[in-house]
Design a protein around this ligand. Structure first.
Ligand code: PHE
Length: 348
């Protein structure tokens, strides 16, 4: 076969050979077998010198044609294969964003904190400020400033947890109520006073259905030039209606606290039964639920903090936060608040 026929055959066979290649590696091999030194085209190139001079231009032109045609075929096939390769990689490496990811359960505020927030918000809505004080407290603020005599039984170690006990002037204890903040606030601030004090409180109590040694209270204190007992009742009635529902009513029973005079306990009408349903899980059938202690600030307290009892009057109240939450949600044992069982916690 002469050189021209060899080249023509190489040109005519190349398209099918190139099209049949399926990978870039195979294409490289094909390239050397089509254009390399030992390929038919390569052999013609090497034999150029032995040709008769008059034949050389024709064969040379055909040689170029073959080289260009085959190179063009190879180049375009290479581009195709590179495209396919990239497409395949994109597909393999793509991330399925529709796949469900790991989700963590969402936490929520503890019911005690929710209750504090809600109750405090009601008083903030009436213009009260939020105050706080230390949990490790001087006996003076917890008792003496609050008109509590040295002989009062609540001062005994059987009721109060002392951090430092002995000389009443230096005694440090875990506050048994939020009331010491009454004295602290008045000592450091001029009247008028309208504050609520949410906080943790401690007593020497064994855990049972209604007692925890660590619990929470919200104190309320209003001192101004013309505060009357009716203001106390109206304020607490407003609170009860906001917290337990607009149908709520309140009643007061006489009580005793050293730091208020007169003092009272406040009951709220049972919202679970319409009053007096025998065996009601919330009120037990009485129609009333005992809620909190309150009263008119004793003049001795005003005097102890440097306020003038001739100019000022006030009321105070202290409500148990656990109690509020238990009554509102029909929770029958206070231990649920500290067990941290999510089956309880996630209900609120
Ligand atoms: N500090 C009282 C208690 O813990 C409650 C109270 C507060 C009563 C303010 C009257 C006024 O029982």
């Amino acid at each position: 076969m002469d050189s021209i026929s060899t080249l023509d055959q190489a040109i005519s066979q190349a398209p099918a050979a190139v099209a049949a290649v399926a990978s870039l590696e195979d294409l490289a091999l094909l390239e050397s077998s089509l254009l390399g030194k030992n390929s038919p085209v390569g052999e013609v190139r090497r034999g150029m010198g032995k040709l008769d001079p008059p034949d050389r231009p024709k064969v040379g032109a055909k040689l170029n044609e073959a080289k260009e045609t085959i190179t063009a075929l190879l180049t375009s096939r290479r581009a195709e294969l590179e495209d396919e390769d990239e497409g395949r990689r994109l597909l393999e490496e793509s991330i399925d964003v529709t796949l469900e990811s790991v989700t963590f359960p969402k936490g929520s505020l503890h019911l005690i904190q929710q209750t504090i927030d809600e109750a405090v918000d009601i008083f903030v809505g009436l213009g009260y400020r939020v105050a706080s004080g230390p949990e490790a407290e001087l006996a003076w603020y917890n008792f003496d400033a609050l008109n509590t005599p040295l002989t009062h039984p609540s001062r005994l170690e059987s009721d109060t947890m002392y951090l430092d006990w002995g000389d009443p002037d230096d005694e440090v204890l875990l506050r048994t109520h939020t009331s010491p903040v009454q004295a602290r606030w008045m000592e450091g601030n001029d009247p008028p006073v309208y504050i609520v004090v949410p906080g943790r409180t401690y007593r020497t109590d064994t855990v049972d259905a209604t007692h925890l040694p660590v619990f929470h209270q919200i104190e309320g204190l209003a001192v101004d030039t013309d505060i009357k007992f009716g203001d106390l009742k109206g304020t607490l009635l407003h609170f009860a209606r906001e917290f337990f529902g607009p149908q709520s009513t309140v009643r007061m029973r006489p009580h005793f606290f050293p730091f208020t005079e007169p003092s009272a306990e406040l009951d709220v009408s049972c919202f679970a039964c319409d009053g007096g349903e025998p065996g009601c899980r919330v009120c037990g059938g009485s129609g009333w639920v005992e809620l909190l202690g309150c009263g008119m600030v004793d003049p001795n307290v005003l005097e102890a903090v440097g306020y003038d009892p001739a100019q000022l009057t006030g009321f105070a109240f202290g409500v148990g936060v656990e109690r509020l939450a238990m009554v509102r949600h029909g929770i029958n044992t206070v231990k649920h608040f500290i067990d941290n069982d999510v089956r309880f916690l996630e209900q609120f």
